[in-house]
Design a protein around this ligand. Sequence first.
Ligand code: SF4
Length: 627
Amino acid sequence: MFEIQATLAIGDEKMGNGFWEKVLRVDLTSGTITEERVPEEIWKRYLGGGGYGAKVLYDEVGPEVGALDDENRLIFSTGPLQAARQTGAAKFTVVAKSPVTGIFGESAAGAGWGVALKRSGYDALIIQGKAATPSYLLIHDNTIEIRDAAKYWGQDAFDSSDQILEDSGLEKASICTIGQAGENTVAIACIVVDKHSFAGRCGLGAVMGSKNLKAVVTKGSQNVPVHDQEKLNGINKNIGKTVHENTKDWLRLHGTPFVEVGCDADGDTPTKNWREAHWPEGAEKLGSPNYTDTLNAKPHGCAYCVVGCHRDIEISEPEAYKMKGPGPEYESLGMLGNSCLMDDVKALSHMNDLCNRYGVDCISMGSFLAFTMDCLENGYIKPADIGGVELKWGDKENMIALIHDLGNRKPGFGELFADGIVPAAKQLGDKALELAPHVKGLDLPAHDPRAYFSLALNYATGSVGPHHERGNPQVATAGFLLPEAGVTEIVDRFQMENSEFVAAKYQDYGTLTQAICHCKFMLFGGYSMTVLLDSVNAITGWEWTMDDMLQTAERIFTLQRLVNVTYGIDRKDDTLPAIIFKPSEEGSRAGKYPHDFDAALDRYYDLRGWDQNGVPKQDTVDSLGVF
Ligand code: SF4
């Protein structure tokens, strides 16, 4: 066992309001722990979260660095809101070059970890290098230790969370950990936070595993300085009441499974590997109210949150699916359920639990399974390719078996999909590749651009690839608008005209919340951009106008694009799977698909100030003050 401890002086320098202006850097190769001063000017320009993370990638991780190389950086970053003690303000963001896509990778999580890091006296944590043996990092205010994790290596994410926390001797600490999938550098491995929140997308758990880093335990006891506490208290009180009132009868009561039936009715949820538009009989069984009743589901929230959209569920029978803990979200229902035609909500909850414990992204896992079912049906995969498993649509027992195989990276299915859907499909041939629902290597999440056309440009141009939260323009069709950004009217879901504007504005909103580190679900409770601006100003004292804040979002999005341009991304990559251009013959979106996509992409580039190859123009970079 080795142990390095560095005691760092905190408190004798200037502290920016909402920011400590301090970043902790840990080099696992050398065991060096350093504290870096990052001035307020940088936070003002990039905010934190995915903004600060993009800057670190741009400055430190060149195109020659592979995602699983020691030289990749794993950046855990907070923003100003972690000073707020406000509903929705417990988020943080993890950034690295993604092993799934090879480009900008980013994922947000909640629970209490980001707040704990901030209260430790740091705005962000940068991890680089690779530990010689399995290790975990402990951050407790100004005590930082790299500790031996050999005895936890091989344990699932939940068991290791419990044991590491117990052995750490820290009460009420928060923990980010990986399961066996991350240890095995399975590309879709996620980071598990306090056993109920997940930095799910982009394979950041595999980056953690590649560094021999099992966990980061964090506990902080310092109050983050705030510019105007009285004003902030007033905002917190009012917005907490408003959000609670507006969400208590749906999002708090049922969580995201509330939307399952409605999304199916709109033809939004992927059905049978994106081949069909609706599956109402399955959606009824998977979504609420059946979900809530069958699973005895209760709300569970991140720190300070008045919504509690996460689900705590309990299954007592059958024995094989017995569990108590976090239940599936809508995305898991859509991908492991509708897309695989699997309608047993208890079996799905068990699969979700396995994914959580192995630490794999449920969205990609569901995508791999549905794709495999499709390929088997079409003869593009033979059962012998996946360990002799005859996987049929809805075949829950074999789905469970294959989740175990991927989590453990077993020969057959586990090895075939270990690097993601595109490397797997390439091994299987061109016809299989045509069935793989991805953009830039990342599996599509459970919303269909044929149901909401503005999703087409969002998925094609998103900084991490297709994402349901780095831009969720479909919510503009349901009245969750962004008037401060110019989205003032409900948007027709089948409208390509002006879809570039709607996509861009929700991408900017997603980028902003991801950098400020605030929960986008607050929008559903009436938390407007004006409240966000007032909160930022109360915390920082920056006296920003709305234009200042909107421009910052554009600046960060542009920086993320520049990171991707450096990694070789251009117009050829800003596309969609062929199936998205095939309309269904029946149902509520019969005959509909995001038509004239190339023309819309031209308009999008113009609006963004990018050239027709998708590269930000120098004028744009200069006028936004990207550097
Ligand atoms: S709404 Fe859900 S994700 Fe957002 S802060 Fe609350 S519990 Fe966390």
